[in-house]
Design a protein around this ligand. Structure first.
Ligand SMILES: Nc1ncnc2c1ncn2[C@@H]1O[C@H](COP(=O)(O)OP(=O)(O)OP(=O)(O)O)[C@@H](O)[C@H]1O
Ligand SMILES: [Mg+2]
Length: 475
């Protein structure tokens, strides 16, 4: 986060020298010039640290400092006093000024003291943001990756974590794009900086512009105070631009300029300032089509998508479903206070066969609902929604091989694909046949058309035990 410093000094020369001494990346210094209105202007600014001459603060000082402390950012106040009387300093401190400095100090010492105050404030901001991030801080290792598709995807992700390049995260709704962005940030070298998410679809155009870039007081009707934008807040960290496909064209142009020189100019401001941010954007739209129709700028797409990550939909990684379900049951159990520990095989089969248009989000919703509805300590088929139950009867092997080759296969040879798919088909088949024959190996071998010893070997390979099929049929 950039720290905003407001200077309102009685002595214009000193104000200028202070501004110069404090000019560096990470600090945004604003000098208030109109002396007559200095106090009103201070109250309308958005500052983290306000350095003000005592003579510009109206008496009674308690009331005035109270107003400063009520400002939205609760600024740190540094009062520069003409008086060197300890009594006067005590009076100012008692009125809740944070720091009081004597204007007659050698200038170097004055600057050092102001810098120390700014440094403390910077640490406070970092700490604040840090505290908020802990609430949900997904890690890359939390992403269930039993499937080859997801494993390969996560390998690609690991490679982009340490870099500073911008990322485009694509994928259907609910696949976990934002969760992925947060995890990448949390494991990147920027993890001690903020993660600021902006949903480009959620705001009307004018508000969105100020949300992203900030605005100066009076820059449009209703802008009664200046406001910091998301780019400024994300300084030192990551900005996540969600639903980037919804960004209006003129803001696309403005964003492109920011990405070219990493300089931001708030709405209504003359001055641009530098920001140090990593940009991640996400969309569930087909941006190629948007570009063809002229609704999304090609140059912006290439600028953002230095690396494009397409999160696979859940139906292309069904092998992840059992672990996702079990992890979520374990996560929710203490939260919702239901003693549900696992899921019956029949219910799990139904979940594995369903098509999941809403992806992981839909899966998690259905698991939560089922945990609330089910009667015992297991999720059963009848606690699933009817639409999901129906697909439960489809044969598992029919679902093992997708109708369309998943995109991840592009990087594999035919041999590798077969190596990945065949054992799963074989295992599913053997499970089914053992269920059908209630674990009678001789009979199962005969139905499968293979030798009994061969079946035993395969069962060992896949960890199938005939005892587990004794009850017969599916749960
Ligand atoms: N691998 C995962 N493990 C656990 N939870 C996940 C996983 N992926 C996504 N989720 C959860 O699913 C929900 C949807 O994820 P997220 O909001 O990141 O999706 P999205 O792709 O941004 O969706 P949308 O396109 O609708 O914005 C969240 O509650 C998220 O925590
Ligand atoms: Mg999202």
């Amino acid at each position: 986060m950039i720290v905003r410093v407001i200077l309102a000094m009685h002595d214009a020369g000193l104000q200028k020298r202070l501004a110069k001494a404090l000019s560096r990346p990470g600090l945004l210094v604003e000098s208030l010039v109109e002396k007559g209105h200095a106090w009103d202007n201070v109250l309308r600014r958005n500052g983290d640290v306000i350095v003000i001459s005592q003579s510009l603060i109206p008496e009674p000082i308690e009331g005035s400092v109270y107003l400063l402390n009520q400002l939205p950012d609760t600024p740190t106040t540094v009062v520069v006093s003409e008086s060197d009387s300890p009594d006067e300093h005590a009076r100012l401190l008692a009125a809740s000024c944070d720091t009081v400095l004597y204007a007659g100090l050698p200038e170097r010492r004055l600057i050092d003291a102001i810098e120390a105050t700014i440094e403390t404030r910077q640490q406070l901001l970092r700490h604040d943001l840090g505290g908020r991030r802990v609430v949900s801080k997904p890690q890359l290792s939390d992403f269930v990756s039993e499937s080859t598709t997801m494993r390969m995807f996560m390998q690609l992700v690991e490679r982009v974590v340490p870099s500073n390049s911008s990322l485009m995260i694509l994928g259907e709704t609910g696949v976990g794009k934002e969760r992925l962005a947060r995890a990448i940030h949390a494991e990147s070298p920027r993890s001690s900086g903020p993660f600021v998410a902006v949903n480009c679809a959620a705001l009307p155009e004018q508000l969105l512009e100020s949300e992203l870039f900030g605005h100066e007081e009076g820059s449009f009707t209703g802008a009664t105070r200046s406001r910091r934008g998301a780019f400024e807040m994300a300084d030192g960290g990551t900005i996540f631009l969600d639903e980037i496909g919804e960004l209006p064209l003129h803001l696309q142009a403005k964003l492109l300029r920011v990405l070219q020189d990493y300089e931001v100019r708030p709405v209504g401001s003359e001055k641009a300032f530098e920001v140090d941010v990593r940009v991640m954007a996400a969309s569930n739209r087909d941006l190629t089509a948007e570009m063809d129709q002229g609704r999304f700028r090609r140059d912006l797409y290439y600028r953002l998508g230095v690396v494009t990550l397409t999160v696979p939909p859940l139906r292309e990684r069904r092998e992840d479903i059992p672990a996702l379900v079990q992890d979520y049951i374990d996560y929710l159990r203490p939260k919702i206070g239901r003693e549900v520990y696992t899921i019956r095989e029949g219910a799990l089969t139904a979940l594995c066969n369903y098509d999941w248009p809403g992806n992981v989000r839909e899966l998690l919703n259905i698991v939560e609902r089922a945990m609330l509805l089910c009667e015992g300590d297991e999720i059963t088929v009848d606690s699933l929604p009817a639409g999901v139950q129906e697909t439960g009867s489809a044969s598992p092997e029919a679902q093992l091989v997708p109708d369309q080759a998943p995109a991840a296969w592009k990087a594999l040879t035919l041999g590798q694909v077969m190596e990945n798919i065949l054992p799963r088909v074989e295992k599913a088949y053997l499970q089914m046949i053992l269920e059908e024959t209630a674990g009678k190996v001789g009979e199962a071998a005969k139905r499968a058309g293979i030798h009994q010893r061969g079946l035993y070997n395969k069962m060992r390979t896949y960890g199938l035990r005939k005892e587990d099929f004794r009850q017969g049929g599916q749960a």
